[in-house]
Write a protein that binds this ligand. Structure first.
Ligand code: ASP
Length: 432
């Protein structure tokens, strides 16, 4: 059997939801459906989830959320009407959500209601049984999934019916609603696939799978037919955003394959994500900006025992968690997301490091980006030579290279304002 997750644009209005039904009806294996909240119908439109967060902001200012909530109400009622669903319980549910937001039930509750209301509607339209994620999906304080989830949900699926679940949320151990991070319905779909022991997890979205580069940066990049769990994670880490990077974890133990497909072009095969691949093919290039680089140097730095540990602990005290790090003979370089520390905090942190570690040098630079070349057997690949040559020719300075630490990525550091040009240059050098 197959678990199908439909993203926000696939369930944004009644026409899209009709396509969902056609897709499900065309394959009897598609028995479990996970849905997002209605997303954007066009570029200028708003996602229901964003509007719900606007409602929370109003409520926390002590104002009624009605002006924004009415827009939300209108969207659901339009969908119900368009699909000819008689849903008196929908109006009741809408009223209840509005009251609860006004009463201050907060972000997790409000954010989750976009999916909840949509799943109530869609399950009715499809004739699938509705399962509330709050009853079955348990999310730990750190955002990870409690394993008891798979038993609870598996128990429900055992009856062998057709089920529709809202994505994006579950409950804390104590039972109150808790959401995943944004885009988290991908995680819910993966959880359902694991609990059901699915043969395939189909993730339906508005693009025909993953591309070798961001189409906003590179003109018509080529598609990716197949890649591995690890490669998806590492692509996401450097900015590619088709699939939530935390949505791989639930399917790993069962090795369930994931197929990213396009609701608007159901004939396209999309991208297949598999556990392992014996291939050295290059998959894609991606970039993520907004990093700060801190470099420290001291003669015989590593003579001091436990210095690496002490260094990372010191960073932690300033709220800094590095995304990438490099060790030299007498030096350490780290990159962290700039939003973690203001200029003032970075200044204080550097002064403190200099003093505590008696450093010879410490410096920092804002506005850094990391580019990742993702492929197979990257630690043996010489693609980085072509990349370096191409970047040099275009006079794009490389601030670091990390090759060999991963078998699926080679990383390059460049300046934030050059990252898009760098992606274009690398794409031309490696994929054209
Ligand atoms: N509706 C949520 C969001 O906009 C979750 C999702 O669509 O996956 O982030």
């Amino acid at each position: 059997m197959k678990v199908c997750k439909f993203g926000g644009s696939s369930v944004a209005d009644e026409n899209q939801i009709r396509k969902v039904k056609e897709i499900l009806d065309s394959d009897p294996e598609r028995t479990i459906v996970v849905v997002s909240a209605p997303g954007k119908r066009n570029k200028a439109d708003k996602k229901v989830t964003d509007m719900l967060y606007e409602c929370v902001a109003l409520a926390s200012d002590g104002r009624a959320c009605r002006p924004v909530f009415n827009e939300i109400r209108k969207r659901y009622l339009e969908i119900a009407k368009g699909l000819s669903i008689e849903a008196p319980e929908l109006e009741k549910a809408l009223a209840e959500v509005e009251n609860n937001i006004d009463a201050g039930l907060g972000r997790d509750y409000a954010g989750s209601r976009g999916e909840y209301l949509n799943a109530v509607l869609i399950s009715k339209y499809l004739g699938y049984e509705f399962i509330d994620a709050q009853e079955c999906i348990i999310i730990n304080d750190d955002g990870t999934v409690d394993p008891v989830t798979y038993e609870k949900l598996g128990e429900r699926f055992k009856e062998g019916g057709r089920y529709c679940l809202p994505g994006f949320y579950g409950a804390t151990k104590a039972g109150s609603v808790k959401t995943f991070s944004r885009g988290g319905s991908d995680i819910s779909g993966a959880i359902a696939a694991r609990a059901a022991g699915a043969d395939l997890y189909e993730n339906w979205t508005d693009v025909s799978g993953m591309l070798a580069a961001d189409p906003r940066i590179v003109d018509s990049p080529r598609g990716v037919e197949v890649l591995t769990y690890k490669q998806v994670r590492e692509l996401a880490e450097v900015g590619a955003s088709v699939f939530h990077e935390e949505a791989i974890a639930p399917v790993i133990p069962l090795g369930i394959r994931i197929n990213i497909r396009n609701t608007n072009r159901p004939g396209d095969e999309g991208t297949l994500i598999v556990p392992e691949l014996d291939s050295s093919e290059l998959i894609g290039v991606s970039a993520k900006g907004g990093f700060t680089k801190v470099s420290i140097r001291k003669m015989m730095l590593f003579k001091r025992r436990g210095v690496r540990h002490a260094f990372f602990t010191a960073l932690h005290l300033f709220g800094v968690t590095p995304s990438f790090s490099l060790f030299g003979v007498d030096s350490i370089v780290i990159l962290f997301s700039s939003s973690q520390a203001s200029d003032r905090v970075v200044e204080d942190m550097c002064a403190r490091l200099k003093k505590d570690f008696a450093l010879d040098e410490v410096s920092y630079e804002r506005g850094q980006a990391v580019l990742g070349i993702v492929g197979g057997r990257m630690n043996e690949s010489t693609a980085f030579i072509d990349v370096a040559t191409a970047l040099k020719k275009e006079r794009i300075a490389i601030s670091f290279v990390n090759h060999g630490a991963s078998d699926v990525t080679t990383l390059f550091g460049v300046k934030d304002d050059e990252k898009e040009r760098a992606v274009q240059v690398i794409y031309s050098a490696l994929f054209k």
